[in-house]
Design a protein around this ligand. Structure first.
Ligand SMILES: Nc1nc2c(c(=O)[nH]1)N[C@H]1C(S)=C(S)[C@@H](COP(=O)(O)OP(=O)(O)OC[C@H]3O[C@@H](n4cnc5c(=O)[nH]c(N)nc54)[C@H](O)[C@@H]3O)O[C@H]1N2
Ligand SMILES: Nc1nc2c(c(=O)[nH]1)N[C@H]1C(S)=C(S)[C@@H](COP(=O)(O)OP(=O)(O)OC[C@H]3O[C@@H](n4cnc5c(=O)[nH]c(N)nc54)[C@H](O)[C@@H]3O)O[C@H]1N2
Ligand code: SF4
Ligand SMILES: [Mo]
Length: 689
């Protein structure tokens, strides 16, 4: 039977149909399916996604570390008994916080919810966090601060189609979400697309031929740039005065904070010409409908929350947020990057996007879980700090990883690798032997997207169904089953269903009354094809548009939060700025896409992009190899000479492992509000290898 489902990869969650193909090499074929986000389109990752289902190196049995150091096959009984015994021992010796859990934004809502519950009342630990901390947390912190609520896009994506102007800050959706580009066509046709990126990326190129403006700032200076744009808006009378008076607070302090950022000074700091700063402000202010969108390029910095805040301030000053045909949004990245941050995987949260420190929230969730509120631990540590605590004195002794390949994707990976090496127990659930799984004491083989039922929440906050279309290999198990088996062995309280639709019903009850309320939803209702944007309280029809009448703060008003630009870590002498990011053909740590021949052939090894003038100065020839180094380590890469990047900047993709990992060079410094690491700004030396 064919299945209407969605792509396994990014947050666009393109709709696709899977047809079983009995007797063929791959168990299903993939076709694009009409849906308001992708309109039948898929990118190459989507088209080739069935390859992962047919791979011979798929994990099909648990693996356990043998005394000789190798990983050998084990039965499920052996593996789970051993895990339970180790957890009991470590908890007795060092307390429940000796156990840590690291989740992922690719997990279905059901698995993310169950993992959060399992950590708190299965293990009894406060230490759970997830890779969304690397991805979403600064924009989320900024939206919570400004609006009192964080949903990536507070409007349906198709609203963008009719925009006259769109300001894209640090997103390269032309490569990272190709079917998204169709929603930019309206603004392009009116000359209204502005892309801010130190590289002339695939997306920046969409501004060519009169379609808009490419702004190419010094990496890490976006906050100053946005203060400069806000300065022009204030100084040149472009503020939407009645909107700001009716719907916001904080204008006076905001005006003071942007007053020192006149265009000439902003130009000096950012490298963006003063006329261009003015042109962008006027283009946005003059449009009848305009959007401001942020991506990882401006968020993954030590000042990422303040930068996203400055972007929101621009949108608020112009009266865009909550107005029909206009708005602000952040482009959530992972498949379930949105749902993954709502149901309790985050160290400071309980389901329904509730605060774990709020007594009423704890009481509500405890009732659903059937436990005493006092037995739910308090807030834990965010991802980078959680990884730092691994193997430390009095720190984490056992770590459970579900849906992340941290030894490739975390910042300063050499330190992460040594930390994991000091653990008493590392348990990784995955369907391939990722680089992190290779280090595990126990590896548990789990189900892939097309082998399981569940739900995901896409970048518009729309809850969608993932459906099963293929038989899993005999030895693989669902994560809901694994968690249920472990709770039985650990004697944990509560009920632990292995049926995704029952877990969804429990999640819906746990979310009732919270910010991300799913209580009106069920698998059965979603199967009717309703457009389900949360909040979707019982008895409602959901919320495609947020903030039309009021913001989520008690007084209903948005906050203009005054923020200050700090100097980014800047290169000295012959040093350069390193920025990192993505390529079209690879996904994240590459654990999946490096296994798809057609995708890996597009970019089989690490290539650094540098400007020909920079190469000339350093004696670097086209086609040669270079070495990038700083105090944290060094990597070697092939070079691509390209006039598309600033001469003071070098770009590396982070999809490769081992000595090709860009994260050998990135710093574990984090944003003070969100604890998001600074993936987009490191300083390196670049020399011929
Ligand atoms: N092909 C592919 N698609 C993906 C993914 C993938 O791994 N591969 N991952 C998914 C996920 S989880 C995410 S989070 C999204 C991310 O999607 P994007 O945010 O589009 O991805 P990135 O390539 O990380 O960063 C975007 C751009 O930021 C620019 N940039 C770097 N530093 C700066 C800076 O200081 N200022 C500014 N203004 N720009 C800067 C980079 O040059 C890059 O072009 O993509 C999703 N889609
Ligand atoms: N330098 C640099 N580093 C970055 C970034 C950057 O821009 N620059 N971006 C950051 C961002 S935005 C992100 S989101 C992270 C992502 O980086 P990671 O957290 O490493 O994400 P993935 O590579 O998607 O790893 C997911 C792993 O889980 C497995 N998996 C997939 N689905 C499931 C499932 O349902 N259950 C289980 N148990 N396993 C599953 C996959 O096979 C894979 O091994 O990287 C971050 N790291
Ligand atoms: S854009 Fe994202 S969701 Fe769509 S096909 Fe490509 S990877 Fe899949
Ligand atoms: Mo991400």
């Amino acid at each position: 039977m064919s299945a209407a489902t969605h792509c396994p990869y990014c947050a666009l969650q393109c709709a696709m149909t899977l047809e079983p193909t009995p007797g063929e090499r791959l168990p299903v074929s993939v076709a694009g399916r009409d849906f308001p986000t992708n309109r039948g389109g898929l990118c190459r990752k989507g088209w080739t996604s069935a390859e992962l289902l047919g791979r011979g190196d798929r994990l099909t049995t648990p693996l356990m570390r043998r005394p000789d150091g190798s990983l050998g096959e084990a039965s499920w009984e052996e593996a789970l008994d051993r895990i339970a015994a180790e957890v009991v021992r470590l908890r007795a010796e060092s307390g429940p916080d000796a156990i840590g859990v690291f989740g992922g934004g690719g997990l279905t809502n059901e698995k993310a919810y169950q993992l959060g519950k399992f950590a708190r009342i299965g293990f009894g630990t406060r230490l759970i966090d997830y890779n969304g901390r690397f991805c979403m947390s600064s924009a989320a912190a900024a939206a919570n601060r400004a609006f009192g609520l964080d949903r990536g896009l507070p409007f349906p994506l198709a609203d963008l189609d009719t925009a006259e102007a769109i300001l894209v800050l640090g997103s390269n959706m032309g490569d990272t979400m190709p079917p998204f580009v169709q929603h930019l066509q309206g603004a392009r046709g009116r000359g209204g697309l502005v892309v801010v990126d130190p590289r002339r990326s695939t997306t920046a190129r969409l501004t060519e031929d009169g379609a808009g403006i490419h702004v190419q700032p010094v990496p890490g200076t976006d906050l100053a740039l946005l203060l400069g744009i806000a300065h022009v808006i204030v100084a040149e009378g472009l503020v939407d005065e009645s909107y700001v008076a009716d719907r916001t607070v904080g204008l006076a302090a905001l005006k003071r904070s942007v007053s020192p950022w006149w265009p000439a000074r902003t130009a000096e700091v950012t490298g963006v010409p003063a006329e261009q700063i003015r042109a962008v402000a006027h283009l946005l202010a003059g449009a009848r409908s305009a959007y401001v969108l942020t991506g990882r390029g401006v968020e993954q910095h030590a000042d990422g929350t303040d930068t996203a805040t400055a972007a929101i301030n621009v949108a608020l000053l112009l009266g865009l947020v909550g107005r029909e045909g206009s708005g602000y949004g952040t482009l959530t990245g992972q498949g379930n990057g949105q749902g993954g941050r709502e149901h309790g995987q985050k160290s400071d949260q309980l389901p329904g996007y509730r605060k774990i420190t709020d007594p009423a929230a704890r009481a509500h969730v405890a009732r659903v879980w059937g436990v005493d509120p006092a037995s739910i631990p308090g807030p834990g540590l965010p991802a980078v700090q959680l990884l730092e605590r691994c193997g430390a004195d009095g720190g984490v002794r056992a770590l459970f990883v579900h849906g992340s390949n941290v030894v490739v994707s975390a910042p300063d990976v050499s330190r992460v690798r040594s930390a994991l090496g000091r653990l008493d127990l590392l348990v990784v659930s995955d369907f391939f032997l990722s680089e992190t799984a290779e280090l595990a004491d126990i590896v548990l083989p789990v189900l892939q997207w097309a082998e399981e039922e569940g739900t995901m929440t896409n970048l518009e906050g729309r809850v969608i169904r993932r459906r099963r279309a293929a038989e899993p290999p005999a030895g693989a198990r669902s994560e809901l089953w694994i968690l249920a088996e472990l709770t039985r062995r650990l004697g944990a309280p509560g009920t632990w269903s292995t049926d995704p639709s029952e877990v969804f019903d429990e999640l819906a009850r746990a979310s009732a009354g919270g910010l991300s309320d799913y209580s009106g939803l069920s698998h059965a209702l979603l199967d009717t094809g309703v457009a389900a944007h949360w909040p979707y309280p019982a008895g409602s029809a959901g919320t495609p548009h947020l903030f039309r009448e009021r913001f989520a703060h008690d007084d209903g008003r948005a906050r203009l939060v005054a923020v200050r630009a700090r100097r980014p870590e800047t290169p000295r002498g012959s040093e350069m700025s390193l920025i990192t990011g993505r390529l079209l053909g690879h996904y994240q740590s590459g654990a999946q896409t490096r296994r798809v021949g057609e995708l890996n052939d597009l970019a089989p090894r690490l290539v650094a992009q540098i400007h020909p003038a920079t190469a000339g100065d350093r004696g670097i020839a086209a086609g040669s190899r270079i070495r990038l180094a700083n105090a944290r380590g060094s990597v070697e890469a092939d070079v691509e000479l390209s006039p598309d990047i600033r001469a003071d900047t070098v770009f590396l993709p982070f999809h490769y492992a081992g000595s090709e990992s860009a994260n050998i060079l990135t710093s574990a410094r984090t944003d003070p509000h969100s604890s998001m690491p600074e993936f987009k700004n490191a300083v390196v030396t670049v020399t011929p290898a």
